[in-house]
Ligand binder design. Sequence first.
Ligand SMILES: [Zn+2]
Length: 432
Amino acid sequence: MKLKGLFFNFLKILLVLGIIVIIIGCSGNDNKPSLPPNLPPPSQPPDSGGENLTVSINPSATEIGSEETVYLTLLIQGGVPTNIRWTQSPSNPLGQFQQVGNNMWTWKAPKVYNRTNFTLTVTVTFPTTSREASTTITVSPPQPNPPVIQITYPWEDGKVNVVGDNIILTVKGYVYSRSNGYVNKVEAFIDNEKVAETTPNYDYFELDITRFGNRQGNKELIIRATTTDNAIGEYSLNIIYDNNLLYSLAVEFIRRYSCIYHEDEGKYRIVRFGNLNNGPYNRPVYVGITSDILPYESYVIEACKFWTKYTGIQFVILKPGDPSSPTGIGIYINAKFDQDPGYAAAEAKKGAQNDIHEITSGVIILYAGWLRENEKYKFRIIAHEIGHVLLTEYHPNDKSLMDITLDSTDMLHTYQQLACKIMYSKNPADNI
Ligand SMILES: [Zn+2]
């Protein structure tokens, strides 16, 4: 029994101990060893959110034209990407990304009609994270083609492109747009100064230039045409600003076409319209029109305005029934529309009273052929006939209004304008 008792006691002790051991063991499992505070963190994969990961874009340009290409070099540091994706904003119109090298892409800009900023964004994906980078590219619309300028007057012959003070150089020409816009401005520049501006009438334009710079000499006259979509075309014309040269050209014209040469004296004497009391410049030139001409008065007015513009001569038009001029009619315009001589649409006859150098009256007759002409020629013929009374009875071969070859223009050349002013600053029969 004692042994039994001992055994049981032992068991009891074992049980108690075992429970204690079990208890101790359980509590022992909770005591995980903590890491020493100064140990480095365990090494991790470089892409797992490491702070050294950088992505940036280096574009070859930040401003390109419509449908041009920019190179985009991608700089990735600190990781190996698993995917690279490009996007643009705005997404419309859409450009085109293309990989062209290990770290290089291109972006072909779309066609734009306005200057547009595109933000190009790259999203670089790594095994456990991603990065974004952006760059902004400005795309300009295509440059519109410049308009073409064609100059029909003057030309560079050393005569009609000679200019001086108190004359008008009228530049005439055409402009043709080659862009989506239309030409809405034509300007003239001399010595970088704007000297004239106009709006073309469809393709046609005229520029009246009266200032030719501060100093005389050879000048570059720049004609510049601008379209509504800002395309600019230029034309350069050489002109000669030389008062002495212009004067000598004017005198040459007067001697040749507006004088009588008196061989006995060896002198050129001026033949011109009117005396000091009747006509330029002390009094206006009176132009009488008949009732047949009255329906066409506008052409007469236009022709008179032309002469006033280029020579300063004033006109008064007298209609049927108007009180007659204080000096007697200077120029009389009559119609013979029932006659068709064929050789001429009009003619001018001059009358001299006492002195062959002084024209006291002029008669202009318009024939059936004049009625057949278009508006431009109706005006031009009357202006031409007035020129026979006021400037010359001849037809100089100089492509001016007074020329009757096919090369003629409706222009009074600069030296003819000055010739007129010189003639009427002198008396009929004066020597020049
Ligand atoms: Zn003629």
